[in-house]
Ligand binder design. Structure first.
Ligand SMILES: NC(=O)c1ccc[n+]([C@@H]2O[C@H](COP(=O)([O-])OP(=O)(O)OC[C@H]3O[C@@H](n4cnc5c(N)ncnc54)[C@H](OP(=O)(O)O)[C@@H]3O)[C@@H](O)[C@H]2O)c1
Length: 326
């Protein structure tokens, strides 16, 4: 009898109930591939957007009429169960974590990835659940704070959406970088955001940061809840507004501020960076985790069989940190 894997597919863009489980034969890894038994995988906001095909212009990359790759899930952690002939970096039994990239298929029991994929040895300091989300919030926020915003020690950073996946990682990373951190969240998450390293917390439901007199070197809008136009009055003269949520607003502001003005708006698609660049950043994050300075926040853990329920929860926009299926 052929051994089978369980995965989740989406054949048409739409709501969480468009997701359907599928069974397939477990592949034999090619010469340069690694077969992984997945122990945990993330269910992120980006996964929800890819399932829904939003924003619509993202379909240029995902598939115009229907998803080009019909499997879902990007970030994972698991154990290597077989390797191809030319693989030397990994061996059977290694615990690893990483991302499937644009071929997707991480919300599954098994996956075959290239030895050159964004795949790293899992440190013992992280559980599989924690390692599974490292390529979402932590990797994105390290890229945005260190590379895109060029945050420096002693600078003031405002993190909008500090209780989300990107935000909860960003607060920890910015604090380690020696920045003075302010985070926005609702009252129910204020204690958590302060404990993660924010010196000041603004309740977004009762206080508008643009109305205050504070000026920041960097505003990191993890949710796209503001805009460069609204935020620029709260930036110092050479301040940067950085936002990971793809939209015409941030792209337009990036182009305009590249040409004129001292305050800059910037966007980056972290997942599109070269795998060797991302692996280096993950190396930094592993060091932080090993030193006890970074611990991903896990909101809920669902069985893989309940992926639809996990997507519904993520879609509320009120998760605290990360959601994982195991
Ligand atoms: N460009 C890239 O490289 C890249 C990579 C990864 C992700 N992304 C994008 O990044 C975005 C953020 O994802 P995420 O997973 O971090 O979000 P998330 O975890 O879903 O954010 C949810 C959190 O945001 C809080 N929140 C809701 N409205 C808020 C507001 N107006 N102000 C402040 N906080 C608010 C919620 O708190 P309450 O429940 O208390 O309201 C909740 O804790 C997504 O759009 C994703 O697609 C981009």
């Amino acid at each position: 009898m052929t051994a089978t894997l369980t995965a989740w597919s989406v054949r048409r863009y739409g709501a969480p109930d468009m997701l359907a489980p599928v069974s397939r034969p477990i592949p034999t890894p090619g010469p340069g591939e690694v077969l992984i038994r997945i122990r945990a995988s993330a269910v992120s906001r980006a996964d929800g957007m890819m399932r829904a095909g939003t924003p619509r212009f993202a379909r240029l990359f995902l598939g115009l009429r229907r998803p080009r790759q019909n499997l879902v899930g990007t970030c994972l952690s698991g154990d290597v169960v077989a390797v191809g002939d030319s693989v030397t970096r990994f061996a059977v039994g290694d615990a690893v974590f990483g991302e499937a990239g644009l071929s997707f298929g991480a919300n599954a029991s098994h996956i075959c990835l290239s030895k050159n994929a964004v795949l790293m040895p899992k440190p013992a300091s992280l559980s599989h659940e924690e390692a599974a989300v490292m390529c979402d919030g932590p990797l994105t926020s390290l890229n945005f704070l260190r590379e895109v915003a060029e945050l420096r020690a002693g600078q003031k950073v405002l993190i909008l959406g500090a209780s989300g996946s990107l935000g909860s990682a960003a607060v920890q990373i910015a604090a380690v970088m020696g920045a003075e951190v302010t985070g926005t969240c609702s009252a129910r998450n204020a204690g958590m955001v302060a404990a993660l390293g924010a010196g000041r917390v603004i309740d977004y439901m009762t206080e508008d940061f643009t109305a205050g007199s504070d000026r920041y070197d960097v505003i990191y809008d993890t949710l796209g809840v503001s805009s460069f136009a609204e935020a620029k009055g709260s930036l110092v003269r050479s301040g940067r507004y950085v936002c990971p949520v793809l939209g015409l607003g941030i792209l337009g502001a990036m182009v305009r501020t590249a040409i004129a003005g001292t305050r800059k708006a910037r966007f980056s698609a972290t997942g599109m960076l070269k795998p060797d660049v991302l692996r280096l950043m993950l190396g930094t994050l592993i060091e932080l985790a090993d030193d006890g300075k970074l611990a991903p926040v896990i909101d809920r853990v669902y069985p893989l069989a309940n992926l639809v329920e996990a997507h519904v929860h993520v879609e509320t926009g009120h998760k605290r940190g990360n959601v994982v299926v195991v």
